[in-house]
Design a protein around this ligand. Structure first.
Ligand code: ZN
Length: 573
């Protein structure tokens, strides 16, 4: 480990959360977006230490001015001022004051996903030949969706689609040189095109890094889309030589053959406007190319088939994205995650485990050595006791010092009364210690009747369409009911349920349970993938080879939770 690294605030097995010298400066143009700016600040503060240059682009809203004034007094924030010169010019001004080696533009109403700054800066650290890096995007706000972004700076592809939008991190001098195009409403596209023109190399780090807020009222970008044709013409003129070489660039393109065919065919249709061409190439390529990124038929409307059916659905069904559980339960200081089996907390409630603002306790319920000779054999253990010990070791590795563990020692034949009594004693002890700061999290109870190894028995078609069985896992249901019963009898304690992730391609239990209380928490998918890999004996049962090879990109970037209607905790959203 390098000198000057402060590991005190991070869990022991992971990359340190904070570096003493910031590697990156976030640059943010802000016009009357004070309300959102506070959320952005929080998402920044959850990650590695950075500098933040905010350009107040002539805000008039008193709340925004007040927030900017108070941010300015704090450490790590510089506020520059311009008079309605637009976001491109604001960013160009900001980049000139950056002193860190890397810079990253983030809009005032957007957020950075947990662990993203670390992963992006690490990628630049690791490869001096890389100029810019980025990740995929989560859209939140009025809807929730994952948007896969380009894999690299393929010049051919970028003549059709600006596939990185904002939120790319780059070497400061490279970004300053490329600048943001002040003549275009598509200033980001201009930036990627001039990076390409300068021969810069860039890549996607393979996980979700950016939270893009969708609004109900049309914002600037929507207006820009109306002027799409004009804007593309403008780009075509300014970056003429790239567009002119489209044919040659196609030969060297990293896009799959199918996508190149689509591009060639669409670009060859006579009379089709540039903006329609781009729309068609973008849309069609999703079906052949980007499908490999689209993998989560649960709550995120990602699969193209699902997107078609779901695009007009109201967004409230999936609940809002909040940065921390305390946005929903403000009193929470200590959370007890009740985990039916030892891996459930990590698989399904990692956002709670990884929340730096909470102390965490994991209550493992079914921890008695297994009686299944088949399972013992499958995980390569010689006895039930050895298998149980191995599971415990894996659990410690996965939790990585984030939580205190309490084992209830229940076995498959335990009566519900006995389980309730044991659980009640454990929860009561936490209640005595933490009072009204206690939050209890239970599984929502979705799952398959059969154990995890049979999971792949769910057919691909059923998974694809999300119509796989909604049978529930008995262990999870018993635990959920026991926790909620206890919580109902203790009105001073708040309870939430987490969506059982490994069973996600079965119908989400959350959706049928309490859609109104649902909310999502963003996850550091790199840290979560590292934790899940500790469960070596379960990996093969839980994930396909392809998923295992790139778990951080495959894991859903948010976890779903819900407040059961017990009528006594948290503000209503
Ligand atoms: Zn389980």
């Amino acid at each position: 480990m390098e000198l000057g690294v402060d590991t005190s605030s991070g869990p022991p097995n992971l990359v340190p959360r904070r570096l003493v010298t910031p590697r990156c400066t976030i640059i943010t143009p802000c016009f009357n977006d004070g309300v959102f700016l506070e959320e952005l600040r929080r998402s920044i503060e959850l990650g590695e230490m950075v500098e933040h240059v905010i350009v107040d682009d002539g805000s008039t809203d008193p709340v925004t001015l007040e927030i900017l004034a108070s941010l300015e007094k704090g450490p790590g924030v510089t506020v520059l001022r311009t008079l309605r010169s637009g976001p491109a010019s604001a960013r160009n001004l900001a980049i000139r004051s950056v002193e860190t080696p890397y810079a990253m533009p983030v809009d005032a109403d957007d957020t950075i996903m947990p662990g993203a700054i670390r992963d992006l800066a690490d990628a630049l650290d690791a490869d001096p030949g890389l100029s810019v890096v980025w990740g995929d995007t989560v859209i939140f706000g009025t809807r929730l969706a994952k948007v896969p972004c380009a894999a690299d700076l393929d010049p051919w592809w970028f003549t059709f689609v600006n596939d990185v939008v904002v939120g790319l991190m780059g070497r400061t001098e490279v970004l300053a040189q490329a600048g943001w195009d002040e003549t275009s409403e598509y200033e980001d596209w201009g930036t990627t095109l001039s990076l390409i023109g300068a021969g810069a190399r860039g890549r996607n780090v393979g996980r979700v890094t950016y939270g893009y807020r969708s609004h109900t009222q049309a914002r600037r970008r929507n207006e820009a889309e109306k002027r799409d044709e004009e804007e593309i013409e403008n780009l075509r003129t300014r970056y003429r030589w790239i567009f002119r070489q489209r044919r040659e660039l196609r030969r060297r393109s990293s896009a799959p053959f199918g996508v190149r065919v689509i591009g060639t065919v669409v670009a060859g249709i006579p009379g089709l406007s540039d903006s329609s061409q781009n729309r068609w190439v973008n849309r069609l390529s999703r079906y052949v190319w980007r499908r490999r990124w689209i993998h989560h038929p649960g709550d995120l409307p990602c699969h193209p088939l699902r997107m078609r059916f779901r695009s007009d659905r109201p967004a409230h069904a999936s609940g809002p994205l909040v940065l921390g559980v305390r946005d929903v339960v403000p009193s929470a200081t200590h959370v007890v995650i009740v985990s039916p089996h030892c891996d459930d907390a990590v698989l399904s409630a990692f956002a709670l485990l990884d929340d730096p603002g909470l102390t965490v306790e994991v209550v493992n319920v079914f921890t008695e050595p297994t009686e299944s000779a088949d399972w013992i054999d499958r995980v390569g253990a010689v006895s039930a006791v050895q298998e149980a010990e191995e599971r415990q070791r894996e659990d410690q590795c996965a939790l990585g010092g984030r939580a205190v563990v309490v084992d209830l020692g229940c076995g498959p034949r335990i009566s519900e009364d006995d389980l309730r009594a044991r659980l009640g004693r454990a929860l009561e002890a936490s209640r005595q210690a933490h009072g009204a700061g206690l939050l209890v999290a239970a599984p929502a109870g979705a799952g398959l009747m059969t154990a995890a190894p049979r999971l792949h028995g769910v057919g691909p078609v059923a998974r694809l369409l999300g119509t796989a069985t909604s049978l529930r896992h008995r262990d999870h249901l018993i635990v959920r009911d026991a926790v909620l019963r206890w919580a109902a009898a203790h009105p001073d304690v708040c309870a939430i349920v987490f969506d059982d992730f490994p069973y996600h391609w079965a119908k989400s239990a959350l959706r049928s349970a309490d859609p109104d209380g649902a909310f999502h928490l963003p996850v550091d998918t790199t840290a979560k993938a590292a934790a899940i890999r500790c469960y070596a004996s379960q990996m093969e049962a839980l994930f396909t080879t392809e998923q295992r090879a790139h778990l951080e990109g495959w894991l859903p970037p948010v976890e779903a939770y819900s407040r059961p209607d017990l009528g006594h905790c948290g503000p209503t959203m």
